[in-house]
Design a protein around this ligand. Structure first.
Ligand SMILES: C[S@@+](CC[C@H](N)C(=O)[O-])C[C@H]1O[C@@H](n2cnc3c(N)ncnc32)[C@H](O)[C@@H]1O
Length: 255
């Protein structure tokens, strides 16, 4: 099947690793459920995958052009209803078996996954599920080439510490968007540190995880002041941000 898309959603569709992770997670569902929400449906690709498993799918997309594409792509399926709406103002009156929401970005800082799930989660049935199920955030000390916050899928930085899992989020739980933590990292060589690298792993379900792909959670590089460190030094970094409010909210300093 050929999908009509915007250029951005075409890039999302071309990211085979991202698409297969969601396809596999949806394929692991049992048949014959009542209702699924596809939040931020874009081109409608995830509703297309959900179609055999649900009597009804409500696909919500705030971007007009994308929702027109989704409506056209999915018009042959009577059980899929595309709404051009902001999820944050949608009245979730019907209980659902599943929410699919791919508004992911590294550490959930720049996109609306957290506010959207905090608004929508109440519509889930008691044993309802969310795909993806959650995320794991990892941080490392690094030597960066650029002195500003940026995403880098080609990872142009040298890693200078052990990796530390600093946060794990289960999407079924209410999420506090205000993140703040002091993280201790162990330097792995004598070097000049000038930043940190954040990597986010997506947990699609209990058995399936997906690391960064070109269009899903590229590594996030955050500068720090330059600091000479010796191998095995313990370096404390205070990291602070607001999930869903953008990379402008990031603060990272030695502690
Ligand atoms: C990363 S794209 C994923 C698109 C599609 N689900 C896929 O996997 O290819 C996220 C989509 O969420 C939409 N979106 C973001 N915030 C939204 C909101 N508050 N309400 C509705 N759609 C939203 C964006 O316009 C974008 O199309």
């Amino acid at each position: 099947m050929k999908f009509k898309t915007t250029p951005y959603h075409f890039d999302l569709l071309k990211d085979g690793e991202r698409i297969s992770a969601f396809y596999e997670a949806i394929n692991a569902l049992e048949n014959n459920h009542d209702l699924a929400y596809d939040l931020g449906c874009g081109s409608g690709i995830l509703s297309f995958f959900l179609n055999p498993y649900f009597n009804k799918i409500i696909a919500i997309e705030q971007d007009v052009k994308s929702s027109i594409c989704a409506e056209d792509n999915l018009k042959q399926f009577n059980n899929i209803h595309v709404l051009n709406e902001d999820v944050l103002t949608h009245d979730f009156s019907r209980k659902a078996d599943l929410i699919v929401c791919e508004m992911l970005d590294t550490a959930l800082i720049d996109e609306e996954e957290v506010p959207v799930l905090n608004h929508a989660r109440k519509c889930l049935k008691k044993d309802g599920k969310i795909i993806p199920e959650g995320i794991i955030n990892i941080v490392e000390l690094a030597s960066l080439e650029r002195n500003y916050i940026h995403y880098d899928e080609n990872v142009n930085c040298e890693i200078l510490s052990n990796p530390v899992i600093y946060d794990e989020i289960n999407f079924l739980d209410e999420i506090n968007p205000n993140f703040e933590k002091v993280i201790t990292l162990k330097a792995n060589k004598n070097s000049l540190v000038n930043g940190i690298k954040i990597t986010t792993i997506t947990k699609l379900n209990d058995n399936l995880v997906c690391g960064p792909t070109p269009m899903l959670n590229p590594p996030l590089l955050i500068p720090l002041d330059e600091k000479n460190v010796k191998c095995n030094d313990l370096i404390k970094v205070k990291l602070k941000y607001i999930m869903g409010k953008g990379i402008g909210t990031i603060e990272a300093n030695y502690y």
